[in-house]
Design a protein around this ligand. Structure first.
Ligand code: 5AD
Length: 371
């Protein structure tokens, strides 16, 4: 990772910057956020994460919300250079779950009392897909789950139809707030401006809006990451889902740029991004992404201790998992299995956290901004 900050000394003190961030949200400037993201001393990093965790506890409590995530299909019209399910990856079996499959998984999610569901798939824009999702949403509405969609760029009209059909939240990662970097990571025809416009349209349509970025991307600086966090504030988002970039062997980005970044460094930067975002935006929902778990077995628990408050167990049937490998080493565990769930619960309880069952877990920030 290129850091333009490593060459000169900061006059800032870790304690002062953390105290300022805790006292008031959005109080840090880009330089101060970069300073936190650049910390390398393990005691300083421990203080940084502890301060972010304190902010999480103050606003949200020692509580973790679960969202069951359904990977509804891997057919994608996009060709993002980093992504394992990009259109040009011919080495992948493509699938789409049926309406019945999705309904069954949603029912299971309700039965497990997760109270909240994410439907995610490759990006598709067509009348048939719009109708399909609309039908699914109407069918699952009686289950009374907080439904998040993560189905990519769509027209405002489509967002509205899905909102009217019962979706309450939408997650669309901007991937990076740096337009030039975005252009390096995507082929022509992919537009950063359209993505921002989609985030605005989602906001107008009344969703709780989530976005996010990848960290440790090739050609990305610490300053870019600090700017990403400022961007989250400017867009006034309600939720964040973000994680480190992990190269995928079938995706061209991994061979276009050679990177000398270890898994430990990727995990650490993923955690630092969570902590800095929590210190900047106190009351939003922040997910500890699955990419963290790909880098360490307890990566998501580490994410919670750095300020995240949401975990999204994958409830897709295991047979489809290997075809939804966005990056190398994505876990294919059956996280809905009793054993897995009780292990997660125990690990979180050992950390002093309680899983909240039976609550939709709406973003506090959203509740405050629409009040
Ligand atoms: N490493 C980490 N995250 C990835 N995503 C896609 N490819 C990768 C990768 N190689 C993330 C993107 C996308 C989300 C569905 O998965 O941020 O928005």
């Amino acid at each position: 990772m290129v850091s333009q900050f490593s060459t000169f000394k900061f006059q800032l003190s870790v304690e002062d910057v953390l105290a300022k961030a805790q006292a008031k949200e959005r109080s840090l400037d880009r330089g101060e956020i970069s300073f936190l993201l650049s910390l390398s001393d393990s005691d300083d990093i421990a203080k940084f994460f502890a301060a972010a965790y304190e902010v999480k506890v103050k606003h949200i409590g020692r509580r973790v919300a679960l969202r069951g995530i359904i990977e509804a299909g891997n057919i994608c019209s996009k060709d993002c250079l980093y992504c394992g399910i990009r259109r040009s990856n011919g080495a992948l079996g493509r699938y789409s779950l049926s309406e019945d499959d999705i309904y069954r998984l949603a029912e299971e999610c309700a039965k497990e009392n997760y109270a909240s569901l994410v439907i995610q798939s490759g990006e598709l824009e067509s009348d048939a897909h719009t109708l399909f999702i609309e039908r699914v949403l109407k069918r699952i509405e009686p289950l009374n789950l907080g439904v998040t969609l993560s189905l990519g760029e769509q027209s405002e009209e489509v967002y509205k139809r899905w909102r009217d059909a019962g979706a309450a939240r939408y997650l669309l990662r901007i991937e990076t707030s740096n337009k030039e970097l975005y252009a390096k990571l995507h082929p022509t025809g992919h537009s950063w401006e359209r993505r921002v416009e989609c985030l605005r349209a989602l906001r107008r349509t009344g969703y709780q809006v989530g976005t996010g970025v990848m960290s440790c991307l090739p050609c990305q600086s610490i300053d870019d990451l600090a700017q990403d966090i400022i961007f989250f504030g400017e867009m006034d988002v309600d939720m964040i889902g973000m994680g480190p970039y992990i190269p995928h062997p079938e995706a061209p980005l991994s061979s276009l740029y050679s990177q000398d970044v270890s898994n430990e460094e990727r995990l650490l930067m993923g955690l630092k991004m969570i902590a800095a975002t929590r210190l900047y935006l106190h009351d939003i929902n922040i997910a500890a992404a699955t990419a963290l778990q790909a880098l360490a077995d307890d990566g998501r628990e580490q994410g919670i201790m750095a300020g995240a408050n949401v975990i999204m167990p994958n409830i897709t049937d295991t047979q489809y998992r290997r075809n939804y490998q966005l990056y190398a080493g994505k876990p294919c565990l059956d996280e809905n299995e009793e054993d897995y769930r009780s292990a997660l619960e125990k690990r979180l309880t050992d950390l002093g956290e309680t899983i909240v069952y039976g609550e939709r877990g709406d973003s506090l920030h959203y509740a405050r901004r629409v009040r």
